[in-house]
Design a protein around this ligand. Structure first.
Ligand code: IMP
Ligand code: MG
Length: 180
């Protein structure tokens, strides 16, 4: 397998290896499958960060899935949240009466997930749960219920497996900390 030594050389250290991620995503998929048995899941996936997580996760969930991608941005390219979230909401999307699972890459200040959770709840879904691959341990400015979490991590800026710094590093197979 190509190990991407070029992009990996920009990392100070690897936090979660591709194998760590694969194993945890597999167990999350099994948990979701048990919880939603007999239901059609409407997955609302936040782009672009959750792209790789959602792609790997859903391919292991043996249930009918309806996938909707939504856009949200708050970082606008830096390593600190701007405090303001811009939503890209497709005009023809409705979550009314559906079992919605909102998925993102990482929970940081909670601004993004709480804004999306609130917006989707307004549509009166039959149920609404949230999941993230990573949950940063830090004081949360915005409260949001979290139902599925892959890993708890320290409050550091991470890249890889969908997460970017200025649009780069999303294609790293692992998750790591950038060189200062
Ligand atoms: P929050 O709104 O502050 O919770 O931030 C969540 C969003 O910011 C996520 O959807 C990510 O796209 C981005 N984000 C937060 N922390 C990081 C990080 O450490 N690396 C890359 N992106 C991050
Ligand atoms: Mg994001």
């Amino acid at each position: 397998m190509n190990v991407l030594t070029g992009v990996l050389s920009d990392l100070e250290r690897v936090l979660l290896s591709a194998e760590d991620i694969r194993a945890r995503v597999e167990s999350l998929a099994a948990q979701i499958e048990r919880d939603y048995t007999g239901k059609l899941i409407t997955v609302a996936a936040l782009m672009d960060g959750a792209l790789f997580f959602v792609a790997d996760l859903l391919r292991q969930v043996d249930l009918p899935v309806h996938l909707v991608t939504l856009g949200a941005s708050s970082y606008h390219g830096g390593t600190q949240s701007s405090g303001e979230v811009r939503l890209q909401w497709p005009p023809d999307v409705s979550f009314a009466g559906q079992h919605v699972l909102l998925l993102d890459d990482i929970l940081d200040t909670g601004l993004t997930l709480s804004a999306l959770h609130k917006r989707i709840a307004e549509e009166k879904p039959a149920s609404l749960r949230t999941g993230v691959l990573l949950n940063k341990k830090r004081p949360r400015a915005h409260d949001c219920p979290l139902d599925y979490c892959g890993f708890e991590i320290a409050d550091e800026f991470v890249v890889g497996y969908g997460m970017d710094y200025q649009g780069r590093f999303r294609n790293l197979p692992c998750i790591g900390i950038l060189n200062p």
